[in-house]
Structure formats: C-alpha cells, structure tokens
Ligand binder design. Sequence first.
Ligand code: BES
Ligand code: MN
Ligand code: ZN
Length: 479
Amino acid sequence: MRVSATTTDPPQTAADTVVVGVFEGKDVSHDVSDGALQRLLDTGEAKRSFKSLAVTHEDGKRWVLVGLGDRDRFDAERARVASATALARAAEASSTKTVCWEVPHHVDAAVVGGLVEGAVLGRYRFDQFKSKADDDAGGIEELIVSAHDDVSETVDRAATISRFVNLCRDLQNTPANHMTPTILAEQARQLEGVVVSVEGRDEIVGRGMGAFAAVAQGTEEEPALITITYRGSGSSGDAFPLGLVGKAVTFDSGGISIKPGAKMQEMKFDMSGGAAVIAAMGAIAALELPIDVVAVVGATENLPSGRSVKPGDVVTAMTGTTIEVNNTDAEGRLVLSDCLAHAISLGAERVIDLATLTGAIIIALGSTYSGLVSNDDDWAQTVEEAGRTAGDIVWRLPLHEEYDELITGRYGDISNVVESRKAGSITAAQFLKRFVGDTPWAHLDIAGTAWDSGRAYAAKGGNGVGVRLLVELATKLAR
Ligand code: BES
Ligand code: MN
Ligand code: ZN
C-alpha cells in the first residue's frame, strides 16, 4: 500500500473512498455538498460509538463514517483499531483502490501515526502459498492522509515502521520448510543500510557456544548465528548503546523431550523474537536513526534425532557456565544465553532480548501484554514506556534470589528446567540473567503475544510484535 500525506481536502484528492471519523458529541465538520453525512448521523444510521460504521455514496465517492467514541479516550491504539475497521469495510467493495483518511481536528502525531499503522497492518494478507488469493484480500493500493497541517513526517515514519512490521509477519508466517535458519539469514542479508554476518555450525561450536550448539546438533539444517550492525550515530566509538537479541527457533518440536502433536504446527512461530529483531534493524536503518545498534539472532531448528542433545546432558556455554539440559524443550534459553553473551562481548552497553520463551507467560498474561523481566529499573522503565508509546505493551515480572535458587543444577552449574514448574516465565528469565553480568538487560517473553492476538489490525497469524517497540526504543535512546 502506498502511503502519503496531503493538505488537500479529501474530495479534491484522487481517492475513490473517504473515511471520516466522528467523536461522541460532535458533528461532521466537512460535509458533502447536500449535507448527507450529517444526515446519516441525525437519522441514527451512522453512530458515534467507537468502531461503528456506515457507508454512503455522494459526489462521486464512497464515504465511510466511523465512530471514534470519546475524544478523551481516543489514543494511538484506538486510532489503529478504528483505521483497520474502517478500511476493512472500505475494502469490501472491490472498486476501492485509493482511500483518503480525513484526519480529525486537534489530534496529536501519535494518533495520525496510529491511523496509518492501522490501515497498513490491517490490510496485510499472507497468501504466498495460495494458488488463488482469498476474496477478502481487497485491492486497496493507496492511502492518502489528509490533514489541515503538514503531517508528512509522521505519516512517512508510520508507513516505514508498518512496512517492517509486515516484513516481520512474512518471516513469522512462512512455514518452517520455507523459513529455515539459512533462509532467515538470507532475509537479514537483504536489509539495506546495515552490515550482516552469518556464521554456521562450525563457527558456533568454534566460538564455544556450547548451549546454542547443543540445540542445533539434532537437526540436519545448518544453524545460523546472525549478527547485524547499524552505525547511525556518526561517531567512531566501538560500543553500541543498544543491543538487540532474538530467539529464532525456526521450528520447535521440543527435541527428545518432544511436544504433544496438538498445535505443534504453531511452533513455526518460535522464531518470532528473531524476526522482530531483524525487521526492527531494517526499520532503524531505513529511518536513519542517529544511534549505533548491534543485533544478534540465534537461528536453529529443535528436532529429535540420533545426534540430538539428550535430557541429562551437560553442556558448556560461551561464558564457561555449565548447563544441565534436563528438558530439551527448554531450548530457547540455551540459544539465548550464548547470543546474549555474544552481543555483550561485541560491545552492547544495554541489551533487550525477545523470545517466545515460555508457555507459562500465556497463562499469566494472555495475548495482551508481553512479559518483561529486567535486572535494571531504569532500563525496564524505558522499555515499558517505549512499549506504551508504540502500542506493544509489556508487563513487568520480578526477579528474586529464591527463584534463582530453583535453577541450581545437580551435576552442572544450572539446570535449564525447574522440576516444580513454579514461576516458569520467571525462572526462564533467571536463567538468562546468569549470562548478562552487570549489563542492563531486559527480556521480553512474547510467547502469548506474537501470533493470533486478536487485535483488529493483526488478528490472525504472526503480528510483528516487538518491532514497533524496538524502533521506539532506538528512537528514544537516540535523543
Ligand atoms: N517455544 C516454547 C514456548 C512456547 C510454548 C511458545 C507455546 C509459544 C507457545 C519453548 O521453547 C518451550 O517449549 N518452553 C517450555 C519450557 C519448559 C519445558 C520448561 C514450556 O514453556 O513449556
Ligand atoms: Mn521448546
Ligand atoms: Zn521454543
């Protein structure tokens, strides 16, 4: 979808469809020639309550009236939902090709961005493997955002971010036989404005990444340690003020501790953290944010075979910590431990990792909040704020010495699983904490939020969770 901003009034644009929002207690501010839009409200055919829709045809265009509800409650998230809902209605007519959003008066930049994101994300379809596209695919090709002021900067930024969120969704949705670690790495290589290095099994073993290598040893697919650097600050220092780390298990069968069959196909999404990191790096570079960022993505399959890591095996991570692998399905923390240590050794001054790490986080927070665990209050607060601004909301869970004791190993230093299953998401984070030293670290468990979240602008399949948060985080740190 092409996206642009204009100060031209909607009727004078090339749009075939105009979307007009109405707040509770307000009337239509720019009506068609014979006052038909206001009449729809007056007769009750159109309503002002949030998300209600009415359609009419006047002056040679299609008009979609969408209720925006209370002005006081209308924020960026409601803007995303309203925009996705209105465009879904507009797309029902196959003649809709160009839509113009008439931006409501006196809204802030966040709302304008939300209107763009809701439109671009809401119209996303993944039909690469359909021989015939679905009927509801809709052919909206262009969005024009009309406002009295020049909003082009906001609109361009939101359009760029949305494009990369949709790239993340493509990476997530692509089935595991078409999204191997090698293919994921190839996708990272396609990004512009960044430097990408890809290392395989020999290099992973050679670097002493015994935890990552243990997960990768069961599959014939070559694993990939993907490192992406972006230098936007213009200064020549070696350090990176921001390090991103992503879990990219392109298929998680559980390994020898094999998962039950039901819904196992969803485990193609177990690379969602890595996909978000890759897409965010693309967006950060496209936006030319003035900051240096390093990203590390650990990509592998987790499969059972004659070469697989076995329950009880003890492996040595890059930091020298020995790990008892008591459940091969707790593989994400093994991959991440070496990737976190690697990002820090490359000069990351603060890190954030994203991972579909635990089923327990789905029980705790559902599909609404991603879980956040951090060893640093300031960094945690910065991440929380970035999430709120971007609409990728996170909820913090605690660390505690007592949780840490639960991961003590019997034969090795630590175990990758806690037998009691107490506080599963926290003990997974306690495990990761062992590999970051004093570096400010934040961990996002996105197992509940990465797909099928039910939001109007990304209801089904991969939704690119984390991309908007990471771009906002880089933007904040660059200031
Ligand atoms: N990738 C899974 C977590 C997951 C489960 C994500 C369901 C999304 C939906 C992870 O690798 C895993 O299997 N975790 C185990 C850990 C346990 C064995 C300690 C879990 O959560 O059951
Ligand atoms: Mn697993
Ligand atoms: Zn997993």
